[in-house]
Design a protein around this ligand. Structure first.
Ligand code: NAP
Length: 259
């Protein structure tokens, strides 16, 4: 299917690896020019070079911390006018609900709520003026089913979900679609580190921790970044123009619910 977005321009945040990279690659495969971001310059440049070579699109890497004002400014300055925004940042650390203090919450809110809001506030008005835009926020399955050790994530991401529920319905009349993509377990560095945490907490090997978590997924495996990217590209497509303020769960069937 031709998604009808060839020649569009997208910012994909936190995209040198993992799910962000999956989204960047899927958009590049549709002919979208990219501004990609991550903090580590070497891996980011390697990703940009690889994507540009494989898909023949223009890719600008901007090494910056997207959770800071300066980092976002650097990305926005390099990007200029864009049609598509994919919001993403690293996830907060695991822990116990009693242990997080105000600074921990502020850090999580900056990373997984306020950065996304600031980037939407900076880019969506231009999309509205031009009459076309797409925003995809990478959140988490945690907004549908709380993950006890990831209370900081549960908190920040449900806040973003509430924000998007309201603003998406306001901007759609100007041709801008805003939706959220909710990853369940995907095989990325983040999943490796959470597997490591489970292994340590339960005194088992990482392989055993992973096998246990995979066995709880009806699809029988972790998702791949390419699975995730394909869904992101579809939400950015022409065909997705009637999808507004939705939360698409990609979890291999792990959440056992009817709707
Ligand atoms: P990942 O494999 O660890 O990749 C994270 C990417 O984000 C890297 O490119 C990293 O590069 C970049 N990054 C991290 N912090 C950043 C920052 N402050 N500014 C700019 N770039 C930053 O993580 P992932 O698995 O793709 O996860 C992406 C998001 O989905 C996270 O918020 C995660 O919590 C959430 N999620 C993931 C899963 C899963 O199973 N993988 C499940 C639910 C939710 P640098 O380190 O060089 O900056």
């Amino acid at each position: 299917m031709d998604l009808g977005i060839r020649g569009k321009r997208a910012i994909v945040c936190a995209a040198s690896k993992g799910l962000g990279r999956g989204c960047a690659e899927a958009l590049a495969a549709e002919g979208v020019d990219l501004i990609i971001n991550a903090r580590g310059e070497e891996a980011l440049r390697a990703t940009a070079t690889d994507i540009a070579a494989r898909y023949g699109v223009h890719v600008v890497p901007v090494a910056a911390d997207i959770t800071t004002d300066d980092g976002r400014r650097a990305v926005l300055d390099a990007a200029g006018e864009i049609d598509i925004l994919v919001n993403n940042a690293g996830g907060p650390p695991p822990g116990r609900w009693q242990d997080w203090d105000r600074d921990d919450f502020i850090k999580a809110l900056d990373a997984n709520l306020l950065s996304a809001v600031a980037l939407m506030q900076a880019t969506v008005p231009g999309m509205m003026q031009r009459g076309w835009g797409r925003v995809v926020n990478i959140t988490s399955a945690a907004v549908r089913t709380p993950i006890p050790v990831l209370g900081l994530s549960n908190t920040a991401r449900t806040g973003l979900t509430g924000f998007v529920a309201g603003m998406s319905r306001d901007v759609i009349k100007h041709g801008v679609n805003v939706n959220n993509l909710l990853p369940g377990l995907h095989a990325t560095d983040r999943a490796d580190s959470l597997d490591g945490g489970t292994a340590k907490a339960e005194g088992i090997s990482i392989e055993e921790a992973r096998a246990r978590r995979q066995s709880a997924i009806p699809a029988g495996r972790y998702g791949e970044a390419a699975d995730f990217g394909a869904a992101c590209a579809f939400l950015c497509s022409q065909q997705a123009q009637f999808i507004v303020g939705q939360n698409l769960l990609l979890d291999g069937g792990a959440l056992n619910v009817t709707m």
